[in-house]
Write a protein that binds this ligand. Structure first.
Ligand code: ZN
Length: 455
C-alpha cells in the first residue's frame, strides 16, 4: 500500500491525496456510511484517473469511485479502499446550443450543470432532492431518476455519450453526440447504472431540451386508489405530453408533512384517501394556465378528484413541492428506514396491504408511510418499527413480496451494498450470471467498487 500511495501522490500531487486520519475525517458524511478509506485521491484529468487505476490495478488495490456521496444504498462505502473522488473534475466543458448538447466532467454538481444549461436558454431535465450536491458522474453511474422521469426519462435517456476509465486504466472515449448511432454495441450503457463496478465515468455528452417557459402546479385530493391511474392517464392525454410530475402521498405522509413540527401547511383538508401533486411544464404561459385549470376542473367533474388547488405564484408552487420534499418528517417518531421500490400501479394496494399486515403482525406499533413517483410505478416506503436491530427483518417484509407482484427492489436508488442480498428477488440466475460475465471481462481482478451490486 505504501508504494501505491507514493505512486498516487506522484500522479496527483500532495494536494490531491489524503491518507490516514485525514482520509478518515474527510470520509465523514451524516447520511452515508463510507467507512475509513486507506486514501482519498482527487484527480484533475482523465489521464490522472487512468494513471491512478493503472497503479491500483498493478497493486491489486480496491478503488471506489466517489461523486457527491448522496447515494442511499452505501454504493460509496470504501473501508480500506482507495476512494477516487471526481470532485476536482467539475467543469462544464462546452454547451452547443444549436446541437442542444452539453459536455460536462463527472464531478460537476447537477445544479451547476442545470444552471449552465439554463443560462444558454436550454434545459437539463434531471431533478432530484440532492441536486445541490449530487454530481453528473454519480447521476450517470446510478442512473438517477427523481421528479420528472414521467416526462423526460431517467438519466440514461439524457446521456448521448461518455468517457470512462476501465479497471486497468484503459480510457474508453465514446463521446457520441448523435441521437441516432446504431454502430454496434452501445458501450455507454455498460457504465450507466452499473454503480462504478465496470468503469469510472469521467466525462459525458448530455442531451438538452427546450426550456419550459410555463410551470403549473396543482394539488388534488383523491378518494380511492382506483381513481389514481385513471386520473394519471386522463392528465397524460389531456395535457398532451406536458405532464411532468404525478407525485402521490398516502394520508400518513400528508399528515406528517403538514402538522407541527413540520413547517408545511395543508393546502387541502386532511381526511382524503390520497393526495397528488401534479406539474405541467409548457411553453405558452397564458394558454397553459387555462388548459391546466380546465383539465383539473374536468377531473373534479368526472369524480376522479374530490378537491383541488392550483398554485397561483412561484411561492405557492414551492410550498407544495416542499411538502413532497420534506421526507425526513416520518422519522420524527423514532428510527425508521426508507425503501425505494417499483411495481405495476394496479398491484400497489395489495402490495402495500401485504407489507402493512406483515409489519403490524410482528410489531403492533409499526408505522408505514408511503409516497412517491406513482406515475413511474415508483414508491418510497418509510417503515419504523421502534427497533433498530430489526432492520434485516423489515427489509425481508418489504422486498420479498415484490417477486410475486413482478416488482423491483430498486426503482432509482440502485443496489450498492444495502440491497445486494435481495437482488435475486428482481433478477433471475441467468441475468445475474451475465452480469458476472461482464464484470469479470472488464474488471478481472475485481478492484472496481468491489462487493457492490454482486457479492
Ligand atoms: Zn425518489
Amino acid at each position: 500500500m505504501d508504494a501505491l500511495l507514493k505512486d498516487l501522490e506522484a500522479t496527483v500531487g500532495i494536494g490531491g491525496l489524503a491518507t490516514g486520519e485525514a482520509a478518515a475525517e474527510q470520509a465523514y458524511t451524516p447520511w452515508a456510511r463510507l467507512g475509513k478509506p486507506a486514501a482519498i485521491v482527487r484527480p484533475r484529468t482523465t489521464d490522472e484517473v487512468s494513471r491512478i487505476l493503472k497503479s491500483a490495478h498493478a497493486a491489486g488495490a480496491a478503488v471506489v469511485p466517489w461523486g457527491g456521496l448522496t447515494g442511499l444504498v452505501d454504493g460509496g462505502a470504501a473501508e480500506g479502499a482507495i476512494a477516487l473522488s471526481l470532485a476536482r473534475m467539475n467543469a462544464v466543458e462546452e454547451i452547443d446550443a444549436a446541437g442542444s448538447i452539453m459536455v460536462v466532467q463527472a464531478g460537476c454538481v447537477l445544479q451547476t450543470a442545470c444552471e449552465a444549461a439554463d443560462a444558454a436558454g436550454l434545459f437539463l431535465p434531471l431533478d432530484l432532492g440532492a441536486r445541490g450536491t449530487a454530481t453528473i458522474g454519480g447521476n450517470i453511474s446510478t442512473n438517477a431518476g427523481g421528479n420528472r422521469v414521467l416526462r423526460y426519462g431517467m438519466m440514461r435517456e439524457m446521456v448521448l455519450g461518455l468517457e470512462a476509465v476501465l479497471a486497468d486504466g484503459t480510457v474508453v472515449t465514446s463521446m457520441n453526440r448523435l441521437i441516432k448511432n446504431n454502430t454496434g454495441y452501445d458501450l455507454k450503457q455498460l457504465f450507466i447504472g452499473s454503480e462504478g463496478t465496470l468503469g469510472v465515468v469521467t466525462r459525458a455528452v448530455l442531451r438538452l431540451r427546450p426550456k419550459p417557459t410555463s410551470t403549473n402546479t396543482g394539488f388534488l385530493a383523491i378518494e380511492s386508489f382506483e381513481a389514481l391511474p385513471k386520473l394519471l392517464r386522463m392528465l397524460e392525454a389531456e395535457l398532451a405530453g406536458t405532464l411532468s410530475a404525478f407525485e402521490v402521498m398516502w394520508p400518513e405522509f400528508y399528515a406528517f408533512v403538514t402538522t407541527e413540527p413540520a413547517k408545511g401547511r395543508a393546502p387541502l383538508p386532511h381526511g382524503s384517501a390520497f393526495y397528488v401533486l401534479v406539474e405541467m411544464l409548457g411553453s405558452h404561459p397564458q394558454a397553459d394556465a387555462e388548459r391546466f385549470e380546465t383539465v383539473l376542473g374536468a377531473a373534479l367533474k368526472a369524480g376522479l378528484a374530490s378537491d383541488a388547488v392550483i398554485a397561483k405564484s412561484q411561492a405557492e408552487s414551492d410550498a407544495i413541492w416542499a411538502l413532497r420534499d420534506d421526507v425526513s418528517q416520518p422519522y420524527r417518531n423514532g428510527p425508521a428506514s426508507t425503501y425505494d421500490i417499483s411495481l405495476p400501479i394496479p398491484a400497489m394496494p395489495a402490495y402495500i396491504e401485504t407489507v402493512r399486515r406483515d409489519l403490524t403482525a410482528r410489531w403492533p406499533q409499526a408505522e408505514l408511510t408511503v409516497f412517491g413517483h406513482l406515475g413511474d410505478g415508483n414508491l418510497h416506503l418509510i417503515a419504523g418499527v421502534g427497533d433498530r436491530s430489526a432492520k434485516k427483518d423489515v427489509e425481508k417484509i418489504v422486498y420479498a413480496p415484490l417477486r410475486a407482484f413482478s416488482g423491483s427492489i430498486s426503482a432509482e436508488h440502485g443496489i450498492g451494498l444495502q440491497k445486494r442480498d435481495y437482488i435475486g428477488v428482481s433478477r433471475s440466475p441467468v441475468e445475474l450470471a451475465v452480469m458476472r460475465t461482464l464484470k469479470d471481462a472488464l474488471d478481472p481482478k475485481g478492484i472496481l467498487n468491489p462487493g457492490k451490486i454482486l457479492a
